[in-house]
Design a protein around this ligand. Structure first.
Ligand code: FAD
Length: 382
């Protein structure tokens, strides 16, 4: 065994008999597991090895039962669904959830605990980490394999080199976890997309087990905060965080009335609507549409930005989009850095202007009040 303070890092190869086990904190709505929680399962899968993945669901009554059934058949990598059925979990409050994670970890001894980095995960993980006396790694975008870490006290811990965005997404910090077990992560759901065949899977493979809540029921300290109300926008459009296409408007759209053009375009191509903070602050749209450092993080296949200058705080929320198209009347707007500025009619050309700084892939220098009506006229129905 290593001497008192020595540490030895051994690769997974040859240690296949040591099994990873991950607890995924899952969010559900209307009897269905949210896609972001399935992304957390994808992240757990990418830890590699023989990882046994359990989903932890909490709630009460019929919707929890439905969600558990959905969870059991939601992903081929999930081997167990743990359900905590209590009135204390009717709403996802951080205090009871953190106690629940602590309780389940004590009995399950998981090597990793993972949740998606939405408001649900961000609310619960820090409290649960404090109770477990560990330090969580937040906003993980990639997991590049797992090493086993054996310390002098012979506790096996898991080390995962994971890139985490810092400085509003301008740099990625690669983190190697050397703390005690479990290793707790929040992941960016957009960085761990769920394969479509996985989402359609219907086989009922995972077992469903109840968590014994008797010790939690006696603990009255969990009732320190109470649920008041949920204020949410109800929309038929795709959810901004998971949409394939996002159409965003900035201050250049100029008014809430004009923003209806952005809505119309989104409607026509089956996109979600996003906005900059300037557009939100000016009252054009509600703040749950804000994309960026202090808004939502999106990574659609296509991101279209109209009247958006390209401030770093906005870019931080959409830079992982597969194709970015920007329309701005200012040819020097930062969003055009690195963009192919097409001629009209469009002639594809290699970008030789600023090849090293990339924001938009395609840029159109033009007035959005001309471009959007033209797009509306020329684009086919979705
Ligand atoms: P502007 O920068 O004012 O740009 C408007 C653009 O519209 C200009 O480039 C202009 O040329 C163009 N335009 C005007 N008229 C037309 C027209 N007719 N046709 C075409 N183009 C036109 N911002 C975010 O978006 N998300 C965040 O999460 C966020 N978080 C922040 C956090 C902090 C701590 C701070 C300090 C700032 C944050 N911001 C955030 C604000 C950010 O710095 C910018 O102020 C904001 O993104 C600018 O929004 P905008 O591009 O809509 O506005």
């Amino acid at each position: 065994p290593p001497s008192d303070r020595a540490e030895l890092i051994i690769s997974m190869t040859g240690l296949a008999d040591i099994v990873l086990s991950t607890l995924v904190l899952a969010e559900h709505e209307g009897g269905l597991i949210k896609n972001s929680s399935l992304s957390a399962v994808e992240a757990a899968k990418s830890l590699g090895g023989d990882n046994s993945i359990s989903l932890l669901l909490a709630g009460s009554g019929h919707s929890l039962k439905e969600a558990a059934e959905h969870a059991a058949s939601s992903h081929p990598s999930v081997s167990q669904v743990l359900i905590a059925d209590s009135y204390k979990f009717t709403y996802p409050l951080a205090e009871p959830w953190a106690k629940l994670v602590h309780l389940v970890q004590q009995s399950g001894g998981y090597s990793h605990i993972i949740a998606a980095s939405g408001s649900f995960g961000k609310n619960i993980l820090p409290r649960a980490a404090a109770l477990l006396d560990i330090s969580p790694i937040t906003d993980v975008t990639k997991i590049s394999g797992s090493n086993l870490f054996i310390s002098a006290d012979c506790i096996i811990r898991f080390v995962s080199p994971v890139p985490v965005p810092i400085y509003a997404g301008n740099a990625l910090s690669t983190v190697r976890y050397t703390g005690s077990s479990p290793c707790m992560l929040s992941i960016r759901a957009t960085s761990f997309p769920v394969a479509s065949e996985t989402a359609d899977l219907k086989s009922n493979a995972a077992s469903i087990d109840q968590v014994d809540l008797s010790t939690l029921d006696e603990d009255e300290s969990v009732a320190k905060s109470t649920y008041v109300k949920l204020s949410a926008q109800i929309s038929e459009r795709p959810d901004l965080g998971n949409a394939r296409i996002v159409v965003s408007g900035g201050r250049g759209v100029k008014s809430a009335e004009n923003f209806k053009m952005i809505d119309k375009l989104a409607e026509k191509i089956g996109a979600a609507v996003g906005a900059t903070r300037a557009a939100v602050d000016a009252g054009f749209v509600p703040n749950d549409l804000q994309v960026g450092q202090t808004g939502k993080i999106v990574a659609p296949e296509l991101y279209m930005a109209f009247g958006v200058s390209g401030a770093i705080q906005h870019i931080a929320g959409m830079r992982d989009s597969k194709v970015i198209v920007a329309v701005n009347k200012d040819a020097d707007a930062p969003i055009f850095q690195g963009a192919i500025i097409p001629q009209r009619p469009y002639i594809p050309q290699e970008n030789t202007l600023r090849p090293n700084i990339l924001v938009a892939d395609y840029g159109l220098v033009g007035d959005l009040f001309d471009v959007i009506p033209e797009l509306l006229e020329k684009l086919p129905e979705k």
